[in-house]
Design a protein around this ligand. Structure first.
Ligand code: NAD
Length: 367
């Protein structure tokens, strides 16, 4: 197999701390499992602004377009709060997402058994939960025109436009069906076809795409009912596909069923490249956590699980992804907790690198 190219962008705050643990894990897979990565590292966010006066240098952007996958830590911090909007750290991340045209945002909600007590829901509702929300990321009401605040008579009116083309719905639906094929072969599409024309078209196109995936059981649900079902009995779902706005809300809701921000990975995928792999950016859901940066308190698991997603979705290494997820599971079952996961009495927190050590030891044991 040719080498797998990976661009690492640790970013700001706890980004470099959690990414240091991922780098050790990448090396482990190279040394023990024959996965040879060409890893390059670069700047994004505030640190890129400090060096280049922009949160993402053009050369970094060009490199991101070439590699098999980009892995990002987090960007931002109080030092950059007063910068002009155009050069804020977040703009670097938005530029990556936009120019790579990453239209499918994958947000898993997976509950590790050892952390089931962290959920605000009852343990039996969340234990063993493993669902995936696919959110359309580059269109819909956050981008539709017209938009703005306008004068109308003697008052102002705020306008945003929900707009979806058939091809935009088609491509995100296909991404979701492809995922469902690799998982439990169940897909639920959520919209508001009862009150929105864009929802009627969404349902029509998803149904049409479904004809190409006869093995996947397709269902449709209004997004508000979906929110209720997600909190009532989330395990009824496997993959959910929805638009940008509903996906924003539903993916946060589903993710938090499972506990801490320090545990949540994500992937954003675009169209296939010449080698057949999708353009891809993997990142933890959390931010740069300036309140704990530099103290060895950050939980590296969200970033580590983001790399597991890269193994599965960019590098066709689902077995190795599972190996890594099992190692995380085992370490949590052993009772290891970073400070964000404390709650049980008498448990002493481990540091970021101690959590990395323990996961590596579990990987060694699995080899
Ligand atoms: P945050 O996610 O950085 O932190 C929220 C809370 O969760 C904090 O108390 C933090 O200590 C804790 N936390 C987050 N990740 C953790 C981890 N891995 N381990 C342990 N605890 C963790 O969100 P915020 O405080 O709203 O934002 C801080 C900065 O991050 C801001 O500059 C914001 O713009 C930026 N941000 C960046 C991203 C990104 O890069 N994708 C996302 C969200 C926020």
């Amino acid at each position: 197999m040719s080498n797998l190219s990976l661009l690492i962008l640790p970013g700001d705050g706890i980004g470099p701390e959690v990414m240091a643990e991922v780098s050790r894990i990448i090396d482990w897979f190279g040394a023990h499992r024959g996965l040879k990565f060409d890893v390059s590292e670069d700047l994004v966010g505030g640190c890129a602004y400090d060096k280049h006066g922009a949160p993402l240098h053009d050369d970094t952007m060009a490199r991101a377009q070439e590699v098999d996958a980009v892995l990002l830590g987090a960007v931002g911090g109080p030092k950059y709060d007063d910068l002009d909007f155009s050069v804020k750290p977040e703009r670097g991340l938005l530029r990556l997402r936009k120019e790579m045209d990453l239209f499918a945002n994958l947000r898993p909600a997976q509950c590790f058994d050892a952390l089931a007590d962290f959920s605000s829901l009852k343990k039996d509702v969340v234990a063993g939960l493993d669902i995936m929300i696919v959110r359309e990321l580059t269109s819909g009401v956050y981008f539709g025109e017209p938009r703005g605040i306008f004068e109308e008579g003697n008052e102002r009116v705020g306008i945003n436009t929900q707009r979806y083309t058939e091809s935009e719905i088609d491509r995100v639906a296909r991404a979701a069906f492809d995922l469902a094929m690799k998982r439990g072969r169940k897909l639920c599409s959520m919209e508001k076809a009862n009150v929105m024309e864009s929802g009627i078209l969404w349902r029509e196109v998803v149904t049409r795409v479904g004809a190409d995936y006869p093995e996947v059981e397709l269902s449709h649900m209004y997004a508000d009912a979906g929110a209720m079902q997600l909190t009532r009995w989330p395990k009824q779902f496997d993959v959910i596909v929805t638009d940008n706005l509903f996906g924003d809300l539903l993916s946060d809701l589903a993710a938090m069923l499972t506990g801490s921000l320090g545990m949540l990975p994500s992937a954003s995928l675009g169209a296939p490249m010449a080698n057949g792999r999708p353009k891809a950016l993997y990142e933890p859901v959390h931010g740069s956590a300036p309140d704990i940066a530099g103290q060895g308190k950050a939980n590296p698991i969200a970033c580590i699980l983001s790399f597991a997603m890269a193994l599965r979705y960019s590098f066709d290494a689902a077995g190795e992804a599972e190996r890594l997820e099992q190692a995380v599971n085992a370490v949590l079952a052993d009772g290891l907790r970073t400070a964000d996961l404390l709650g049980e009495e008498g448990v002493q927190p481990v540091t970021t690198s101690e959590m990395g050590d323990a996961i590596l030891a579990r990987l060694d044991a699995s080899d």
